[in-house]
Design a protein around this ligand. Structure first.
Ligand code: SAM
Length: 295
């Protein structure tokens, strides 16, 4: 195991209670956040998702607590942070493009629990199909005496929970997960309202979507803190191969450094490559693309 793996294990392992209500209570109190996350090293395993689903409360509240829980799950280099209505500028751009395209098929990549697609899904007359995907689209679990072993959707060992301690290993060697029960990642509100029973598996670094779609939304996934420049180019090639000619890619990032807390780039899939149709708030990845003024 290399140094970065050890560092990951040290950072992402710790006390683990997996209570969505406790997490909600902590997040409402800055002093509790410092105590819980910094001093007690509170971490969360995928079991918190099943605990959120088992809550006896109405579906809106369950959905909120599910997304909150999802946002604290770490897999490898990424967190599954999400929430509804966070990508409003991107959603407006996607809606506009839908009005100019004849009921497109839309693919959302890195969708986490699907909440970031909630606003668009409400407008279901705008598209013919909306496919939610993520690289870590479910978890496998194996319960044993006093604990649970978790695997990610690639069937690689994610970690162990033993009583109240979670060891997050995030290894990359596949195991045999046949017959193990899964923990689904789709938000309960998305599941009930839109009849979407699971998030589909799609890795932006390795996969091409078929049959091709007319529009791809990629929010809070493609950025230089998760991926190297080469990996971003690889993902862009995969997006290009997954889009119909003249289809669109909408890249969005939420960050307080951007005006309105969000920056987007709208790209058209042309014979010459991706061309910037428009951009808002100067997204960090703009330099990857040709603009109208580029030579
Ligand atoms: C920060 S969350 C963003 C979730 C959602 N798009 C949003 O804006 O609320 C990043 C998501 O990207 C997913 N992800 C990480 N690497 C990925 C990859 N190579 N391919 C597809 N999804 C990936 C993670 O599992 C996670 O759910």
């Amino acid at each position: 195991m290399n140094r970065s793996r050890w560092k990951h294990i040290m950072m992402e392992s710790g006390l683990c209670i997996d209570s969505p209500r406790l997490l909600d209570w902590i997040l409402g109190r800055p002093w509790a956040q410092v105590a819980a996350f910094r001093f007690l090293r509170l971490r969360f395993s995928p079991n918190i998702l099943n605990n959120a689903l088992a809550l006896k409360t109405e579906v809106q509240e369950k959905s909120r607590l599910f997304s909150l829980s999802m946002s604290y799950i770490n897999v490898g280099d990424t967190y599954k942070t999400t929430g509804s209505n966070r990508t409003q500028i991107a959603d407006m751009a996607v809606s506009d493009l839908c009005r100019h395209t004849n009921t497109p098929r839309i693919l959302e990549v890195g969708a986490s629990d699907g909440s970031s697609a909630a606003a668009l899904l409400e407008n279901n007359k705008l598209f013919s199909d909306f496919i939610l995907t993520d690289r870590f689209s479910c978890f496998f679990k194996h319960d044993f005496f006093l604990g649970t072993i978790f695997y990610n959707s690639n069937k690689c060992l994610l970690g162990f929970k033993l009583l109240f301690f979670y060891l997050n290993l995030s290894l990359e060697t596949p195991s045999n997960c046949d017959d193990l029960p899964t923990i689904e990642t789709v938000n309960p509100l998305i599941a009930t309202k839109h009849n979407i029973k699971s998030i589909n598996h799609f890795n932006i670094l390795t996969d091409k979507f078929a049959p091709k779609v007319d529009l791809i939304k990629c929010a809070n996934v493609l950025n230089l803190s998760y991926f190297s420049e080469d990996q971003i180019r690889q993902a862009l090639n995969n997006f290009k191969a997954s889009l119909t000619p003249n289809g669109y890619l909408v890249i969005s990032q939420n960050n307080d450094k951007y005006a309105d807390g969000e920056a987007i780039i709208v790209l058209k899939n042309t014979d010459q490559g991706f061309e910037v149709e428009h951009e808002i708030n100067g997204h960090d990845l703009l330099h990857f693309f040709k603009t109208a003024n580029s030579k």
